[in-house]
Design a protein around this ligand. Structure first.
Ligand SMILES: N[C@@H](CCC(=O)N[C@@H](CS)C(=O)NCC(=O)O)C(=O)O
Length: 133
């Protein structure tokens, strides 16, 4: 059974919705921000971030786009992925990666620059840049 490392109202929500949509068995491992930032969690998610998805063989996956790609291909019967190798699949990957590498990160910076800055002045500068000119 999958294990979703999950924090309420954090970015793991997308994977949580996908697991529900796929109707596959999974367990939520509800975590706090402090637990996500604890050194022990790096063994599960090397950047210390959620979402992470535990597999039955003990491995864990991280990065939202990788987890989405894995799940939709692993459960083809639910029809949430275009045929792998098709042009449609390539387009699906393009938009998925655009969302996770551009939109997600800009959102993180705009609403929580402090994870990227060590002092308040840097934080304010980074946040202002994320909101635009
Ligand atoms: N590139 C990652 C970003 C994941 C991410 O930014 N997760 C945030 C929560 S939304 C996190 O775990 N932050 C750790 C922290 O705030 O210490 C992905 O697409 O999954």
């Amino acid at each position: 059974m999958y294990k979703l490392y999950n924090v309420k109202a954090w970015g793991s929500l997308a994977i949580h919705c996908l697991l529900e949509e796929l109707e596959v068995p999974y367990t939520n491992i509800w975590m706090t921000g402090d637990q996500v930032r604890a050194p022990e969690f790096l063994a599960i998610s090397p950047l210390g971030q959620i979402p992470a998805l535990g597999l039955d063989d003990g491995r864990s996956l991280f990065e939202s786009a990788a987890i989405v790609s894995f799940l939709v291909v692993a459960h083809p019967e639910r029809g949430l992925s275009p045929k792998t190798g098709s042009g449609d699949f390539g387009e699906f990957l393009s938009w998925l990666h655009f969302m996770s590498t551009n939109l997600y990160m800009t959102n993180n910076i705009a609403f929580g620059g402090s994870i990227y800055a060590s002092d308040p002045a840097q934080d304010a500068f980074i946040t202002a840049r994320a909101w635009g000119p």
